[in-house]
Design a protein around this ligand. Structure first.
Ligand code: CP
Ligand code: NVA
Length: 303
């Protein structure tokens, strides 16, 4: 059987993604009842982090443990990866010793190269281009609160970054309309937009993007690796804040999401972050459940 990887949402079919989200909600209930099946005793997840993380590390490590397995944190500082051992050699060696690997890195090509030399599944835990694990949690959260997202309109406000590009893939896979509002020069990859032009529109005006939509999503102005642009981006992104005024353009029951970490008062208002009704904390928690469903899906094919 060929090895399946999860480098973007396009690696799975729409049906597979929908069943995975349904399984994530089941695993959530099983976890609350302390009944998670420990089917993967003796299995090891290798976790390679070339960028910082709170949610991704904690959710993968806790999730693997809850499934009965073990997770191993590997940072470039402490491995030969950081001393220039070729990626291809590292992929061959690491994948001969563990059962599944997740990688958080910079260029998406790094993931693709690693995956092509890995004999076990490789999961994208964030690259400069995509963050598909976050989308699993976001889609789970929407579905738990509002049912199927199919046919709804979603607004992306801010940078055309890895999260925005993952929403473009999600629009295709989960069948929704996506309106992206970003400042000129910060649009997502034009080829990706062109390939999805039947359901994705790019504009400058956040109010136009948010109009009558069911979900409003944002993310930081400067992603990891862009820290030096933070001050300049603060000015260029003025007006691209998700706040009560913007939410008043959306449907009355619209949800808003943020993958976190958030900068209160920049891309999202403190008022929305601290609103007791926000689903943002559940969105973060759902990383645990959605990724357990993902690990289960990929590991059972290896079993
Ligand atoms: N949303 C997310 O991936 O968070 P971390 O960077 O903390 O993992
Ligand atoms: N776009 C952000 C997401 C962090 C989870 C980044 O890449 O830093």
């Amino acid at each position: 059987m060929s090895v399946r990887h999860f480098l973007s949402l396009l690696d799975f079919s729409s049906d597979e993604l929908r069943s995975l989200i349904a399984r994530a909600s089941e695993l959530k209930q099983l976890h609350y009842r302390r009944e998670t099946p420990q089917r993967f005793s003796g299995y090891v997840l290798g976790m390679i982090f070339e960028k910082s993380s709170t949610r991704t590390r904690v959710s993968f490590e806790a999730g693997m443990q809850q499934l009965g397995g073990h997770a191993m944190f590997l940072s470039p500082q402490d491995t030969q990866l950081g001393r220039g051992e070729p990626l291809e050699d590292s992929a061959r060696v690491i994948s001969s010793m563990v059962d599944i690997i997740m990688i958080r890195t910079f260029g998406h090509d790094i993931l693709e190269r690693f995956a092509s030399y890995s004999r076990v599944p490789v999961i994208n835990a964030l690259s400069d281009s995509f963050h598909p694990c976050q989308l699993l949690a976001d889609m789970q959260t929407f579905s738990e609160h509002r049912g199927s997202i199919s046919g709804h309109s979603v607004a992306w406000i801010g940078d055309g970054n890895n999260m925005c590009q993952s929403y473009i893939n999600a629009a295709r896979q989960f069948d929704f309309e996506l309106r992206i509002a970003c400042p000129t020069g910060f649009e997502p990859d034009p080829d990706l937009v062109a390939a999805n032009r039947d359901r994705v529109a790019v504009m400058q005006d956040p109010a136009e993007a948010a109009r009558d939509c069911s979900l409003v999503v944002t993310d930081v102005y400067a992603s990891m690796g862009q820290e030096r642009e933070q001050e300049q981006r603060l000015q260029l992104f003025a007006g691209y804040q998700v706040n009560a005024e913007l939410m008043s353009r959306a449907r009355g029951d619209a949800l808003y999401m943020h993958c976190l970490p958030a900068h209160r008062g920049e891309e999202i208002s403190s008022e929305l972050m601290d609103n007791p009704d926000t689903v943002i904390w559940e969105e973060a928690e759902n990383r645990l459940h959605a990724q357990k469903a993902l690990l289960e899906f990929l590991l059972q094919r290896q079993a």
